[in-house]
Write a protein that binds this ligand. Structure first.
Ligand code: XMP
Length: 513
């Protein structure tokens, strides 16, 4: 690849991929590598700039992570962030100590004053808020360096040796709380590393395609496609890369929303790939008959999915590679480094255990959700696939409380469709992360056309969340709820009552089971 690259050396901080992502946002290609990457590898990588990340250690502690000192002799500009700044200071002859009194430790938003003649802060206000998170202090800066930012508690917030191209900041420019953090990173890239801005998502796409082709050669790839954003984008990318060598298996477990199976199939019909839709609804429903316990339902669905996937894999014959739509937040959650072989991998709900794959291909593994969406657009995926709300693997199976039956599935599909249709009509999708109907197993008395009814209650749920770990319920306007309620009761037989769920997570969860 002849594109310019920035190397992020990872010292174990929380925001390391966020730094990489900010660099990519500035149209410069960027990768994160471990702090102990050998000097020769760094040299061969030929970065236009290097960023040292933050990290939990203190540089003066025995065993704290250090990069090869030769990195300072490569003639490449370096930006040290937090721990990375302290490391730079110490390695180049400064002194870093634990903050002597608590007032020099800084955490959170901090009013900071900048010397704007430093290229890192060029064009920015002389005073703004930064996000600090450090307990160490640069007691003495290295020779040749000058101080370029201070706060009330700390005179040594930023340092630089402009001649050598070395810059260090105690705060985190990559997080949103640092008001001009993006601009500072942009200055590092453009004013200091002289980036050309030659990287775009189109480039990423091409690069990913090239590396998939190089890896796969003439081998076969299998991908479990759910129709969710990540697996859809992974499928489109792999399809562009290896065409017919890819087989996408979409397991329709009969627990999909209204028209969902057809929509997923239609979306992929225009790609020249092997798309297998397995209608497995019979076997799923058979296995679920009479089962009411939520965890048991989940286990049955999960296991059945594996069985179906296995059967399809066997039909295809020898498959060398398993494609996965793993994205960066999944990697964080796993707490693991690079996973190359299938056995050490955990991130898939339904993986066959007895099918041997040579390797896993995870082309989205470095991307954040919105970057995945951007890539999806680049690949020409339809907008509705790209902006879809998450849909759980067990599908409507965990939105029907109690036993799952065809009758209940039919009721829920219609009710859920109406809810989604009205949310779309009201233009409210953007204000909610996930919204759906669930079928309670409660029946109650109603009156319709002077007749007594004894029918199901539908629960409507809409939540807003960043990470789905916590969520708030959405204040949907009463008028919209009113239309949804009247339409469902009128149009869906078997329902006579609509409830709106006003519980956050915690204490509730997003799904009902
Ligand atoms: P809960 O109900 O745990 O849901 O608050 C949080 C998010 O996870 C989704 N979810 C699942 N997704 N397989 C999935 O792929 C599952 O088994 C599953 N269970 C919950 C849920 O839809 C929400 O977005």
């Amino acid at each position: 690849m002849d594109k310019q690259k920035v190397l992020v050396l990872d010292f174990g901080g929380q925001y390391n991929q966020l730094i990489a992502r900010r660099v990519r946002e500035c149209n410069v290609y960027c990768e994160v590598k471990p702090y102990d990457t050998p000097l020769e590898e760094i040299r061969a990588y030929d970065p236009i700039g290097i960023i040292f990340t933050g990290g939990p250690s203190s540089v003066y502690e025995a065993g704290s992570p250090h990069a090869d000192k030769g990195v300072f002799s490569l003639g490449v500009p370096i930006l040290g962030i937090c721990y990375g700044c302290q490391l730079m200071a110490q390695e180049l002859g400064g002194l870093v100590t634990a903050a002597q009194d608590d007032s020099a430790r800084e955490f959170g938003k901090t009013q900071t004053f900048f010397e704007t003649d430093c290229r890192l802060f060029r064009g920015l206000p002389e005073e703004s808020v930064t996000w600090m998170s450090h307990g160490d202090y640069m007691a003495r800066v290295p020779e040749g360096f000058r101080l370029t930012a201070r706060s009330a508690a700390c005179p040594n917030v930023a340092i630089c040796d402009e001649e050598k191209g070395f810059y260090g900041v105690q705060f985190h420019p990559e997080v949103n709380h640092t008001r001009y953090g993006r601009e500072m990173l942009r200055n590092f890239l453009y004013e200091i590393c002289h980036a050309a801005g030659d990287w775009t998502m189109a480039e990423y796409k091409q690069q990913a395609i090239d590396s998939i082709r190089a890896k796969v050669g003439s081998g076969k790839v299998l991908l479990g496609l759910s129709g969710g954003v990540d697996s859809s984008v992974a499928a489109a990318l792999l399809a562009e890369a290896v065409g017919k060598q890819l087989t996408c298996v979409f397991v329709d477990h009969g627990l999909m929303r209204l028209n969902e199976g057809d929509e997923v199939e239609a979306a992929f019909a225009r790609w020249d790939i092997n798309f297998v839709r397995v209608d497995a609804s019979e076997r799923f429903l058979e296995k679920l008959a009479g089962v009411t316990e939520p965890e048991r339902k989940r286990k049955i669905i999960g296991e059945e999915f594996i069985r179906v996937f296995e059967a399809e894999a066997r039909k295809i014959g020898t498959v060398d590679y398993l494609g996965q739509g793993t994205i960066y937040p999944d990697v964080i959650e796993s707490g693991k480094g690079d996973a190359a072989v299938i056995k050490s991998h955990h991130n898939v709900g339904g993986l066959p255990k007895n099918v041997d794959f040579k390797e896993i291909i995870e082309p989205l593994r470095m991307l954040f959700k919105d970057e995945v969406r951007q890539l999806g657009r680049e690949l020409g995926l339809p907008e509705y696939l790209i902006t879809r709300q998450p849909f759980p693997g067990p599908g409507l199976g965990i939105r029907i409380i109690g036993e799952v039956t065809r009758e209940k599935l039919a009721i829920l599909r219609k009710a859920d469709f109406i809810f989604r249709e009205e949310i779309a009509k009201a233009g409210l999708q953007g204000s909610m992360s996930q919204y759906f109907a669930a079928l309670t197993n409660m029946r109650s008395v109603g009156v319709m056309g002077d007749m007594r009814t004894y029918d199901y209650a539908i629960a409507l749920r809409s939540v807003l969340t960043d990470d789905f770990m916590t969520a708030d319920w959405v204040r949907i306007p009463y008028e919209v709820l009113d239309v949804v309620s009247r339409r469902i009761v009128n149009e869906v037989q078997g329902v006579n009552r609509i409830l709106y769920d006003v519980t956050s997570k915690p204490p509730a969860t997003v799904e009902y089971e």
